[in-house]
Ligand binder design. Structure first.
Ligand code: PGA
Length: 221
């Protein structure tokens, strides 16, 4: 992972049709290049290939991440997609998001296999932890602290607590730590702190292009 910090990551989750995503790219793409941040977009996975082609043709300064990856490599796993099948399309992959832990029964064994498969393909895991006690598999460099009470609720953690959790996480390994959970253009500055929290993972406020551009702009100051 050698992209300039801070990282500003849009997790679009299972939102937007392709036409809506295209319009989002056309609004965010040209503006993102104006700021000194690395902007990463996690589109719905079925659109990864078309999103990669769009970024290339339009020459946007955006990186892509997958919202998930299989715990398996290629084989008889209907509906799954392997790290080796997405590595040419994206640079990062979200692993361990609380929505996948809660809704899809992803446990630590599964998550460790996902990390292993991603790393074997040189795909960078964005590993989500819910607090300082969440275990982190070997091979993770980028950790997103995303407290459950803050994800999708409009109720962010306090910057002070987020910094303290980030310091505890960093004491366990040489991680780059980012924060996620109800980040907005108004509160993003408070979370970012050099060598402590060096990026944000944004859900709801990334859906509207203008709100997301506000976040990129505030993060780059
Ligand atoms: P939120 O989502 O910004 O809507 O809280 C963050 C996330 O799920 O990564």
């Amino acid at each position: 992972m050698n992209d300039p910090l801070p990282l500003v990551i849009a997790n679009l989750k299972a939102n937007k049709t392709w036409e809506e995503l295209l319009s989002w790219f056309d609004q965010v793409g040209p503006r993102a290049a104006q700021f000194k941040t690395t902007v990463v977009v996690c589109p719905p996975v079925p659109f990864l290939a078309a999103a990669a082609a769009k970024i290339k043709t339009a020459n946007f300064n955006l990186k892509l991440a997958s919202q998930d990856v299989s715990q398996f490599e290629q084989g008889p796993y209907t509906g799954e997609f392997a790290a080796s099948q997405i590595v040419s399309l994206c640079k990062y992959v979200i692993i361990g998001h609380s929505e996948r832990r809660q809704n899809f029964g992803e446990n630590e064994d599964i998550l460790a296999k996902k990390v292993q498969n991603a790393n074997a393909q040189m795909l960078n895991p964005i590993y989500c932890v819910q607090d300082e006690n969440t275990s982190i598999p070997d091979g993770v460099q980028l950790v997103a602290y995303e407290p459950i009470f803050a994800v999708g609720t409009g109720n962010p953690d306090t910057p002070q607590n987020a910094h303290s959790v980030a310091q505890k996480l960093k004491a366990k390994g040489n991680y780059t730590v980012i924060y996620g959970g109800s980040v907005t253009g108004e509160n993003v500055r408070g979370f970012l702190k050099k060598d402590i929290i060096e990026g944000v993972l944004v859900g709801n406020s990334s859906l509207d292009p203008e709100s997301f551009i506000d976040i990129i702009e505030s993060a780059s100051i």
